[in-house]
Design a protein around this ligand. Structure first.
Ligand SMILES: [Zn+2]
Length: 298
């Protein structure tokens, strides 16, 4: 980012999330528990060690996502990217896990929904792991369409195709698992032929991307085979959706553990979100057909 002058984008420091913003997703007792664990440097789970400074980082990751939402909805930024860590999509309302303290994208979505004129938010999660935290936050809600693509079976074990939400939120969760070894045909096909049509029908007022880059072929934590340009294509789908619907879109960083691939893919995502353009079309393929029949029985 730095070597490219941040693409000429306005760089802002992420503010701390307020208690009110956090409590829209996380119960106060959970937030206090995270604070206590950080202060004591006591791990939140086996994958989620913390130190005292983790508290500040966690607050700013969630707060940065909210600031992104404000910039997008105020119209002060045409698009935006939260280059913050820790990531958030594994944090459930009352449970930290998988490097995540607060569910940044979910907190941001709630922050958006608290504003006048925002009734529906679409969250596309292209991190290679299932976004179980976001999934849990909005499982029974019809005002957030959550769509996750992820390697499966894989950490954290959730997110089968058949998990489509519950109660009033039935049909507003779309889980699109892909097998290890999947690359562009699977990922881009599912986004083009399943995620984007569903999002168009949902007609959101805001689009957020949980942008993990660990489905990159260079990533050491997973076994998918996306290229750097694949993330550009994913972002072009999002930019096109946003332009067609006349609503803003922004991205929040999740995972991505090969530093060079992460940097290049994040830049490709930012460039595509800003410039827009037509994504490369791919054939439907068997995963699309399976998802289509599972999500629209009859
Ligand atoms: Zn991940």
């Amino acid at each position: 980012m730095d070597s490219r002058g941040w693409l000429g984008w306005d760089v802002q420091e992420a503010p701390r999330a307020t208690e009110e913003q956090l409590h829209a997703v996380h119960p106060p007792a959970y937030v206090e528990s995270v604070r206590a664990h950080c202060e004591a440097a006591r791990p939140l789970d086996g994958d989620t060690p913390v130190v005292p400074a983790s508290w500040e980082a966690g607050l700013r990751a969630a707060g940065g996502a909210c600031a992104l939402v404000d910039a997008l909805l105020d119209g002060t930024a045409p698009t935006g990217f939260c280059g913050t860590r820790p990531p958030g999509h594994h944090a459930e309302p009352d449970r930290a896990m998988g490097f995540c303290l607060f569910a940044n994208a979910a907190v941001a979505a709630e922050h958006a929904l608290a504003r006048d004129g925002v009734e529906r938010v679409f969250i596309l999660d292209w991190d290679v792991h299932h976004g179980n935290g976001t999934n849990a936050a909005f499982h029974s809600r019809p005002d957030v369409l959550f769509c996750s693509l992820h390697q499966y079976p894989f950490y954290p074990g959730t997110g089968p195709l058949g998990d489509t939400g519950s109660g009033p939120g039935e049909g507003f969760t779309i889980n699109l698992p892909v097998p290890a070894g999947s690359g562009e045909p699977e990922w881009l096909g599912l986004v083009e032929h399943v995620a984007m049509p569903a999002a168009r029908e949902f007609a959101p007022d805001l689009i957020l991307v949980s942008a993990g880059f660990d489905a990159h072929r260079a990533d050491p934590l997973a076994e998918c085979n996306l290229e750097t340009d694949s993330f550009r294509q994913l972002a072009l789908h999002v930019a096109t959706l946003a332009a067609d619907l006349g609503v803003p879109a922004g991205a929040v960083l999740e995972g991505g553990y090969d530093v060079d691939a992460l940097a290049e893919s994040a830049v490709a995502t930012m460039e595509a979100l800003e410039a827009g353009g037509t994504p490369r079309s791919v054939e439907r393929g068997p995963l699309v057909e399976a998802a289509a029949s599972a999500l629209r029985p009859g």
